[in-house]
Design a protein around this ligand. Structure first.
Ligand SMILES: C[S@@+](CC[C@H](N)C(=O)[O-])C[C@H]1O[C@@H](n2cnc3c(N)ncnc32)[C@H](O)[C@@H]1O
Length: 243
């Protein structure tokens, strides 16, 4: 699909069209994705992922699913906790990002699979843990996404998500609104002639607030939920256990 077509559907109410547009948007920015992540987080995103993985208290033999894996930056901190008899399954529906991911990771116990997170090709109770980095916000059906996560998690399996959030402090909220609504979209336009920056702003604005997210996770039996924020509340980790 050409760039101009995905732009029309990025904010569509039609979930199928929107999902296809999101997929095409990520495909169009794939080559710049890692550098931009680094720039936008001031190089901090690896540290945040590491902290998120620590919340899982993984056993070396665990089987872990990383949803919406993109270029696979969650795989590195996960692989540091998992031994050769454990496994990491990384799923995304954007082939150009998965190609980058496949170049980074070639170990036998890392399976990289092209699939829709809303319709996972795994049996119930398959994984000891599920991670998702900046992915929940992109799902066109959040409730379906989290019910898939709960379905594939084993009983007492662990879940962690890291994503954008909105600061509660009014000053931080004002500043981050300016950066997200103006500066980041402008940078993406200049670098890639892309609407990815504006999409980031809009999807963050619309994303469930952390308390709503806790309720929704609770409703699919993910309990003992805790949260932690970074970057003045612009980034949050949320984690819990499937009961
Ligand atoms: C912001 S990127 C995050 C990538 C990676 N997790 C990271 O932390 O850098 C969001 C990813 O979600 C993927 N995604 C969005 N909706 C999806 C879906 N329904 N099924 C699979 N992947 C999806 C996109 O292709 C993209 O790679």
């Amino acid at each position: 699909m050409e760039k101009k077509h995905y732009k029309e559907n990025l904010f569509s109410n039609n979930k199928h069209k929107k999902s296809e547009a999101i997929q095409n948007m990520f495909a169009s920015i794939a080559t710049h994705y890692d550098s931009f992540n680094h720039l936008m987080s001031f190089g901090k995103h690896h540290e945040w992922r590491k902290i998120a993985v620590e919340k899982l208290y993984l056993n070396p033999t665990d089987s872990v699913l990383d949803l919406c894996t993109g270029s696979g930056d969650f795989i590195k901190p996960l692989s540091e906790k998992i031994c050769s008899t454990g496994s990491i399954t990384a799923v995304d529906y954007c082939k150009p990002l998965l190609d980058i991911c496949r170049k980074k990771y070639q170990q036998e116990n890392i399976n990289i699979i092209e699939s829709d997170a809303l319709n996972l090709p795994f049996n119930d109770h398959s994984f000891d843990a599920v991670t998702i980095g900046w992915g929940l916000r992109n799902l066109t059906d959040l409730d379906k996404g989290i019910s898939e996560i709960s379905r594939v998690l084993k009983k007492n399996g662990k879940f962690v998500s890291i994503d954008m959030s909105t600061p509660h402090n009014k000053i931080y909220k004002f500043i981050s609104h300016k950066i997200l609504s103006w500066l980041i979209p402008a940078i993406w336009k200049i670098v890639n002639n892309s609407d990815a920056g504006y999409y980031l702003f809009k999807s963050t604005e619309k994303f469930a607030d952390i308390h709503q997210l806790c309720d929704r996770l609770n409703s699919v039996s993910i309990r003992s939920i805790k949260t932690k924020s970074f970057m003045f509340g612009n980034i949050s980790i949320i984690w819990g256990i499937k009961h």
